[in-house]
Design a protein around this ligand. Sequence first.
Ligand SMILES: Cc1ncc(C[n+]2csc(CCOP(=O)(O)OP(=O)(O)O)c2C)c(N)n1
Length: 604
Amino acid sequence: MSGNEAIARGAFEAGVRVAAAYPGTPSTEILETIAQEYKNIYAEWSPNEKVALEVVFGASLAGARTMASMKHVGVNVAADPFMTLSYVGVCGGLVLVTADDPELYSSQNEQDNRNYAKFAKVPMFEPSDSQEAKDFIKLGFEVSEKFDTPVMVRSVTRISHAKGIVELQDPVIPPVTVEIRKDTAKYTMLPSFARIRHGVVEERLLKLKEFGEQFPGNRMEINDPEIGIITAGISYQYSKEVFPNYSYLKLGMVWPLPKNLIGEFFKKVKKVYIVEELDPFLEENIKAMGFKPRGGKDRFPMCGELNPFNVEKGMLGKKFKAPKPVFDEALPPRPPNLCPGCPHRGIFYVLRKLKVFAAGDIGCYTLGAYPPLSVINSNICMGSSISSAHGMAKALGEKGKGKIVGVIGDSTFLHGGVHPLMNSGYNKSYATNIILDNSTTGMTGSQEHPGTGYNLRGEKTHKVDLIELGRVLGIENPRKVNPWNLEETEKVVKEELEQDSPSLIVSQGPCMLLRRAFKKYNKPLVIDSTKCVGCKTCVNLGCAAISYQPVEGEMAVTADGKKRKGIASIETSLCPGCHVCFQVCKVGAIRSQEEKPIFGFETA
Ligand SMILES: Cc1ncc(C[n+]2csc(CCOP(=O)(O)OP(=O)(O)O)c2C)c(N)n1
């Protein structure tokens, strides 16, 4: 099982009743596995992580075992309820899975969420493989109920996405019955009640420390008494791989830390090092206890993933000899790109032409920041486009009129863009807001959201109408465009840029990979090599189906005698026939194979 499948299995075996999440790499498959494999668990995509955590909080109050899963930055969104959930505690066991992304394979930052466990004063378990992922989830529910606390389980990309052998067990029947219980002083965080609960939280932390001292997942492996490593999670695997004979203190529970056990390890081993990815979390806390490790972040990188090589290098210092690379040849660089036919490309072409400042957001469309589209100019977190465009407009006043755009995906809009749009309407922004509605959460692999009309299990449900929503949020005349029709799109964007009042354009065209949305794709476009002048206008759309080759000699002129340095061509197997290139070609070299050129698709 992958780590994520094992986490899902752990939830099933622990008797979880309710699971909620918002997609985000590397966490997404946890809920997808639950939805596919464990049909007795109620599972939902919530519109964002805060909602997901509040949903599971409610389920826990009713006595159910319940789990929320999210990527590391999702915990920031859920942080408000989470910090106080720590005070409230649980009724049924509650586990929050954070899947962190060291090396930022698919994220806007690489924050280390171990800090959240300390910050919120809750226990955190950190598995080193799939078996532990399942075991720690199950244990998490027991600890949650025993100590009346939410529990965090931290995974990282290499744990979530790597596979290992997992032993299966039957599901248990959770000890807490599911019913309505009222305990206002515990569950209602008025200051007078919360003041008391803070004391309870501090006492709980002391009890959890005691638990950590005995917890078999915090284990010593005494081998070489000279050198020992304190480590956890994936860093344990890297260390063990290169130094199997060193001694180890492997921490399965990274918060709170077992001071006595750590002290014992320092007594048993002469030189102790701390190997951990990202922040010096263990190091700082172990040093604060008064211990003096021989090395930590002075030897290992603060940024990016660890791996067996940088662990070996960090430990051996100058004695380290870099191994010969397995492959000598460098792979060609393949920057991430919008798919051929992607509806975002048309609108980006128009925005680039109009030279606006595009405050971006998070999704496939963030790739529009890369050349050749080079159209997205800023982006920090989900939902930030509309609010930052508004702020910029207020700062610039007259100077920025007609130049400021906020660009946001449909899933991102429903996650964190609704309040910003409400603000634009309320505080009268002139910035033009564009929702790129491709009817799915594209970036994370096509998940449903409240605007698709389907739920996690693929059942039909209420579909939020973005135009209507825009209207109630204060946009007088929200408009729709077909992003594959460049003329229409440019006209609407220009008109909206000229508006003084808050505006919204919903660019509606389904994601090319959303098969259910299309009756059929169009026939691929063809480039007439006798006509192409090699101007690269089509190439600069950044479509993977279009390539360019330099030409010489008799090929360096077109049929009607124009000089050229190269010609473009279209790989038909990649081209879904969106006709955007057809519309930008100034010399008519791109030919439609349809009876009449189609600017769009026949959608289902
Ligand atoms: C707080 C947070 N949660 C989740 C993610 C993961 N994530 C990145 S973009 C995205 C949504 C993309 O969908 P959409 O806005 O519809 O744009 P698309 O990719 O379809 O163009 C998600 C869920 C994230 N980056 N931050």
